[in-house]
Ligand binder design. Structure first.
Ligand code: SF4
Ligand code: SF4
Length: 436
């Protein structure tokens, strides 16, 4: 058992993983904020339970280390505990270190995906396209029982949950279009918009052009979050170095805007990957300083109101807890939805998506999405907006199952509607055709 990140960047400075875990005084103040504790009532499924387990693992005082497996693997890594904690204990990063200590070997599927992301992105795109063709033909539904029999129930569940199957990926569209010679911003395409929701990326680019003028596409690699959470930290470093170098080659000035809050929060945390490499740490800090998430960009943007049905907002964990963007996101959505906006109770409680969590922990994940959809239905909303890919997938499948009258869209898509309606209003004033 060994740690992969021996030191962590916490809100109270750089600390060893052991010191970071020891900072938890077990006060329990964060318990009410922890979604897994709220739905299970199990002490080991709370931040203090998990921090205590990792501390004992590092001290070699856990006589049956495998007994920590469920407690650590059911953590959503949502960061709600850190946001509620006076000492800002970095529980999610501590839990990840605990998982890496327990799981001497990464799951072969996570390892394969992580390697494909890092070294063979062309092959990954080719395979995803083949899967999407099969999905459109209804063939992947037939594969579900086989996946369950061969011990991959999570993959069967992923096939069931993910409703999108684009045949043209976002980077293919963006590579073909013209860009500004003197860009005012750069666009980072996260894997979610890239491979599942190209419409989100197109909306973000349209909004950025309307708000800030011409920009450019970074043509980036995966941010590395998948490797960091499920695979190998070294693979995450390979991807981070490549993205930083590409950003520097593109001029090294921002803002660099992404539209998946998990990915953006990870880009902002790049310096943590390079604590023992001063040169790369400095480059990662320069890079992280200009990264922006969509709620951040829209919080002070002057946008017209969009014509929306009754609308509410779900805060992506990595936007509100990971980046502190709750207020900005709510300012933006209030402006976009106007009188159609309804505040969502517990808007910052995780929906149970959390990357691959929904496929690995279907029980807790379903409890959380039922709770979330119940709150959404109580507002009477017909539209819910959010800013993370996992939230889009999880809310789409939860709404389809429990409240089909409502749909989920990315915040950028709402802003793109507002931009389009603003143009229509301007066109009508000028006596020209809308969108002409
Ligand atoms: S993580 Fe923070 S709030 Fe939660 S039990 Fe530990 S010290 Fe208390
Ligand atoms: S990261 Fe989320 S699920 Fe994990 S202990 Fe903290 S609040 Fe609970």
């Amino acid at each position: 058992m060994s740690l992969q990140l021996s030191r962590l960047l916490t809100d109270l400075g750089e600390k060893s993983s052991y010191d970071a875990a020891s900072q938890c005084c077990r006060c329990g103040y964060c318990e009410a904020a922890c979604p897994t504790y709220v739905v299970t009532g199990d002490e080991t499924c709370s931040a203090r339970g998990r921090n205590q387990l990792v501390r004992s693992l590092i001290e070699h005082k856990l006589y049956e280390p495998a007994s920590a497996h469920d407690a650590l693997h059911t953590c959503l890594l949502c960061g709600a505990c850190t946001a509620a904690c006076y000492a800002r204990v970095a529980t999610a990063d501590i839990v990840l270190e605990g998982r890496r200590m327990l799981d001497a070997k990464t799951h072969w599927l996570a390892h394969l995906l992580s390697r494909l992301m890092a070294e063979h992105r062309g092959w990954l795109a080719f395979m995803l396209k083949a899967v999407n063709v099969a999905k459109r033909l209804g063939l992947t539904t037939l594969a579900r029982p086989i996946l369950r029999v061969i011990g991959l129930p999570g993959l069967a569940l992923a096939e069931e949950h993910v409703q999108e199957a684009p045949l043209t990926f976002l980077y293919e569209v963006l590579r073909r279009r013209p860009w500004a010679a003197q860009p005012h911003w750069l666009y980072f395409a996260p894997c979610g918009p890239n491979f599942l929701y190209p419409r989100v990326g197109k909306a973000t680019v349209a909004v950025l052009e309307a708000l800030r003028g011409g920009g450019n596409f970074l043509d980036n690699d995966c941010c590395g979050l998948l490797a960091y959470n499920y695979g190998d930290v070294d693979d995450a470093r390979v991807l981070a170095r490549r993205n930083i170098a590409r950003f520097e080659a593109a001029g090294g000035t921002g803002p660099l805007v992404g539209d998946c809050s998990s990915c953006v929060a990870f880009l902002k945390s790049y310096p943590q990957l390079f604590l023992s490499e001063p040169d790369w740490k400095m480059r990662a800090e320069r890079f992280a300083a200009v990264v922006r998430d969509v709620p951040e960009v829209l919080s002070d943007a002057s946008l017209p109101e969009a014509d929306l049905p009754t609308t509410t907002y779900h805060d992506s964990c990595r936007a509100c807890h990971g980046q502190g963007l709750k207020e900005g996101a709510h300012t933006a959505i209030r402006r976009l939805a106007g009188a159609s906006y309804r505040e969502l109770p517990e808007s910052d409680m995780c929906c149970g998506g959390a990357g691959a969590y929904a496929f690995r922990n279907p029980g807790i994940s379903d409890d959380l999405i039922k709770r979330k959809v119940g709150r959404i239905a109580a507002t009477g909303a017909r539209l819910v907006a959010t800013s993370g890919t996992s939230c889009l997938i999880q809310l789409a499948q939860g709404l389809k199952k429990y409240y089909p009258e409502c749909e989920v869209l990315h915040l950028s898509e709402l802003a793109a509607r507002a931009v389009a309606s603003g143009r229509a209003v301007q066109g009508a004033k000028d006596g020209t055709q809308a969108g002409a």
